[in-house]
Design a protein around this ligand. Structure first.
Ligand SMILES: NC(=O)c1ccc[n+]([C@@H]2O[C@H](COP(=O)([O-])OP(=O)(O)OC[C@H]3O[C@@H](n4cnc5c(N)ncnc54)[C@H](O)[C@@H]3O)[C@@H](O)[C@H]2O)c1
Length: 369
């Protein structure tokens, strides 16, 4: 029998993560008992592919509404949230509804945030369809949207009721989107498991070809890493900060490029720059820095922000990062491959001076972009 992973977030209900090919029918098993209406929220790329399939599974058990919004990071905004909420209200939904978030990380972040505030919170289930959403955004209950000031600045922690990673959904994913998921898998490996890093390099071909037989293992390992961390610290008060590795620079790259550079690719470049910072601070050995960059290169992921993005502007953009406190710029830094910085006065983050960040940005852009 397929092993079901359990996420046990302290202070919240435990939930299952089911992973595998051809498991969409299991959605019926994870719906809340009291669910009378399922509201599928998806973007307009994914909904035409899969919303009716999801509806067919649940329609014997519940009424079904399908709400779509325009795809893309630029639409992860307040206006989209309001439009979705208006549709939910027009459909006269009550607290016995369950939101089913179907799509990539954008659809999941948006649907989850809607679920967190609609009628003061209704259950939601994640059905990821991108590799990034499967290994990362579907687990842990972080939901939110972007504003002109920065990424994910408005949002809520709202743990999903269940997670169903039906690998078949991934088969229609555009090839370039696979890179975004691979980058988050590298991040998980850097945080917690150097062997997983080697496995990713070895399995890259299989992952890229979306071979359903071989995809399950690396996806499961990546999910396990995230599930363990968010179980220990669901509200990101301490340990969960390590999941932001690569993200301070990554979010700045997304913001400055006006989201033309996608999240995963921005995170890959962010991992390389932030590992460079860790190296300059004497936290990460040069050998391990080079190994990480070699892995990124082998996976054809970026090692630096494109040199068209000015380092000083990127530095400025890092200041909107949610981790920052009291004007300190805080980074989640690796101290080895598979090992993150342990808790200090600021938590699992390290204060870094502007000169060090600038030097790391310039070093990567000059030699690696
Ligand atoms: N909440 C979290 O914990 C968390 C973690 C990581 C990333 N994120 C967020 O996730 C977002 C990035 O997610 P993403 O990379 O999945 O981007 P995305 O949701 O924009 O999806 C990428 C593109 O692929 C399309 N797509 C998705 N699945 C498809 C499929 N199976 N077939 C065809 N097309 C498909 C989408 O419509 C979109 O055009 C960012 O906003 C990021 O901040 C959230």
């Amino acid at each position: 029998m397929r092993k079901i992973l359990n996420v046990r977030p302290a202070g919240s209900r435990n939930y299952q993560v089911r992973i595998g090919p051809d498991i969409l029918h299991e959605l019926i098993r994870v719906l809340p008992l009291e669910c009378a209406t399922v509201c599928i929220i998806s973007d307009d790329n994914v909904a035409p592919l899969y919303a009716e399939k999801v509806k067919a599974v649940v329609k014997e058990r519940a009424e079904v509404e399908i709400i779509t919004f325009p795809a893309g990071e630029a639409n992860k905004n307040r206006m989209t949230k309001e439009q979705i909420e208006d549709k939910l209200l027009a459909a006269n939904l009550r607290r016995d509804c369950t939101v089913v978030a179907l799509g990539g990380g954008v659809a999941l972040d948006m649907a989850g945030f809607v679920a967190s505030t609609f009628l003061r919170g209704v259950p939601w289930i994640t059905l990821p369809t991108s590799l990034l959403a499967a290994v990362d955004a579907s687990i842990g209950g972080k939901t939110g949207l972007n504003t002109t000031q920065g990424k994910n600045l408005i949002g809520a922690f709202h743990q999903p009721y269940a997670v169903l990673i039906n690998l078949d959904f991934l088969t229609s994913l555009p090839a370039e989107e696979i890179d975004n998921g691979l980058a988050e898998m590298v991040k998980h490996a850097v945080i917690a498991d150097a062997d997983h890093l080697n496995e990713l390099v070895e399995a890259a071909g299989e992952i890229r070809s979306l071979n359903l037989k071989t995809l399950e293992r690396p996806v499961r390992r990546s999910v396990e890493i995230k599930a363990k961390i968010v179980s220990m610290d669901p509200g990101e008060r301490n340990l969960r900060q390590v999941l932001n590795c690569g993200h301070t620079i990554g979010h700045a790259i997304e913001l400055v490029s006006q989201y033309r550079i996608k999240h995963g690719l921005a995170v890959a470049a962010g991992l390389s720059v932030e590992a460079g910072i860790a190296n300059q601070l004497g936290l990460l050995s040069t050998r391990e820095l080079e190994r990480l960059r070699e892995v990124l290169r082998n996976l054809s992921l970026p090692l630096a922000p494109p040199d068209i993005l000015d380092p000083a502007i990127l530095l400025e953009a890092t200041r909107t990062d949610k981790k920052n406190r009291l004007r300190k710029n805080l980074y989640s830094l690796p101290v080895g491959l598979g090992k993150m910085i342990s808790a200090g006065p600021d938590g699992y983050v390290h204060q870094v001076d502007d000169e060090v960040v600038l030097a790391a940005l310039e070093e990567t852009q000059e030699s690696l972009a």
